[in-house]
Design a protein around this ligand. Structure first.
Ligand SMILES: Nc1ncnc2c1ncn2[C@@H]1O[C@H](COP(=O)(O)OP(=O)(O)OP(=O)(O)O)[C@@H](O)[C@H]1O
Length: 231
């Protein structure tokens, strides 16, 4: 479970997150939504320990992570697929995947075979450089790399940006399968409503650095959409 209690965050004096409260249950699929610039990525970076908080408390799997470093996240089972993917372009697909094997949580020294079952293209491209892959292939690599850690929680920031529709479908199916079969908790930042509705069972809506509404996905009605999501 992830719990944010009264979280504030600032970038060199400018406050971005204001008194954020959010509970993400174990095994749930939560979509964080809101217009551009409302603080969604900042919120994920706070959960990941990439940004310090100025007030409040962050708990992950019953541990107080308010001040814990980013390196502590893989060890407690949190995988991250950041916006823009951040794969290593000069390293091969295999080397990108093996980076996660250095984590203490992962005792095996080989890439788990199920990663290639989920994303067969990664096996075909194993010796290609990350930078030579298409956007969709890079996104599969970024998700595969996070899954090598064997996480309990997978956090994804707009995984479908600039990705062709068949890969968007594949990513949706993989996320739903891992949630159903392994109880993987999914936390997704997503702007596109159809994908958010297909993957999410609960939503958290953000506006001006605050979480202003949460609920079950069917409760995300037209009024909320036009008020907080429509451009
Ligand atoms: N490194 C930074 N330094 C200062 N301000 C920042 C920094 N990164 C983001 N911001 C500001 O914080 C606010 C929230 O940005 P954030 O990227 O979290 O929003 P977002 O909801 O994820 O937007 P998008 O959908 O465009 O990714 C914006 O006003 C942005 O300009």
């Amino acid at each position: 479970m992830i719990e944010l209690q009264n979280i504030d965050q600032q970038y060199s004096g400018t406050q971005i997150l204001w008194d954020v409260n959010l509970k993400i249950e174990k095994g749930s699929r939560t979509v964080i939504m809101g217009r551009n610039g409302v603080g969604k990525t900042t919120l994920l970076n706070v959960i990941m320990g990439l940004l310090p908080i100025s007030a409040g408390k962050l708990t992950i799997n019953n541990k107080d992570m308010s001040k814990a470093s980013v390196e502590s996240r893989p060890e407690i089972g949190v995988g991250y697929v950041p916006q823009g993917r951040h794969i290593f372009p000069q390293l091969t697909v295999e080397e990108n995947l093996k980076i996660s094997l250095n984590c203490k949580r992962q005792t095996s020294k080989t890439i788990p075979e199920h990663i290639f079952e989920l994303f067969p293209v990664l096996k075909e491209m194993l010796h290609r450089r990350g930078g030579d892959l298409s956007g969709g292939q890079q996104q599969q690599l970024a998700i595969g790399r996070a899954l090598v850690l064997n996480p309990d929680i997978l956090i994804l920031d707009e995984p479908n940006e600039g990705i062709q529709p068949n890969i968007v479908q594949l990513i949706r199916d993989v996320l739903l399968k891992l949630n159903k079969e392994q109880g993987l908790t999914i936390v997704l930042v997503e702007q596109k409503l159809p994908f958010a509705r297909a993957v999410g069972e609960t939503f958290a809506l953000m506006e001006k650095g605050q979480v202003i509404a949460t609920g079950d996905m069917p409760d995300l009605n037209d009024e909320l959409v036009s008020k907080y999501l429509a451009v």
